[in-house]
Design a protein around this ligand. Structure first.
Ligand code: ZN
Ligand code: ZN
Length: 137
């Protein structure tokens, strides 16, 4: 964490709210949590989020329109997410090999790929009914 960029007061307030959250937060949930810190207007939140996204300190999970702090920020590799449908917790997963596979399929279909988004839905270990562990990759 030594070489994290310097953040403004608003940016670091948003970033630490996301780090403390146990699940991805939408802009209005962030606003709720940050009301006491002087952040009152949605544009302040959005501006801070834009900068944090640009610095790759947070990720946007588009399918649920929410944001999470990155565990390995600043993040340069592509990241995917698995989101629990019951409690809303999300975990970042590596998708580098998967992305190469997807983009080469797209290219052989004649497309240029601008963005790859991998967002899986499911149930986390805490929400999943116990069963024989059938994890495999
Ligand atoms: Zn990340
Ligand atoms: Zn869960």
């Amino acid at each position: 964490m030594a070489d994290l960029p310097t953040l403004t007061k608003n940016q670091s307030a948003v970033f630490s709210a996301l780090k403390q959250a146990d699940k991805p937060l939408g802009a209005y949930e962030l606003l709720d949590r940050l009301r006491n810190t002087g952040l009152r207007a949605p544009p302040q939140i959005y501006r801070a989020l834009d900068k944090l996204l640009e610095l790759r300190l947070v990720h946007r999970i588009e399918s649920i329109n929410a944001f999470v702090a990155c565990n390995h920020a600043p993040h340069v590799e592509p990241a995917g997410f698995i989101i629990c449908d019951q409690c809303g917790r999300a975990v970042e997963v590596k998708i580098l090999d998967c992305e190469n596979h997807l983009t080469s399929s797209a290219r052989s279909a004649g497309y240029r790929v601008d963005q790859v988004r991998v967002e899986m839905r499911g149930a986390c270990a805490a929400c999943r009914p116990p069963e024989g562990s059938g994890s495999g990759c």
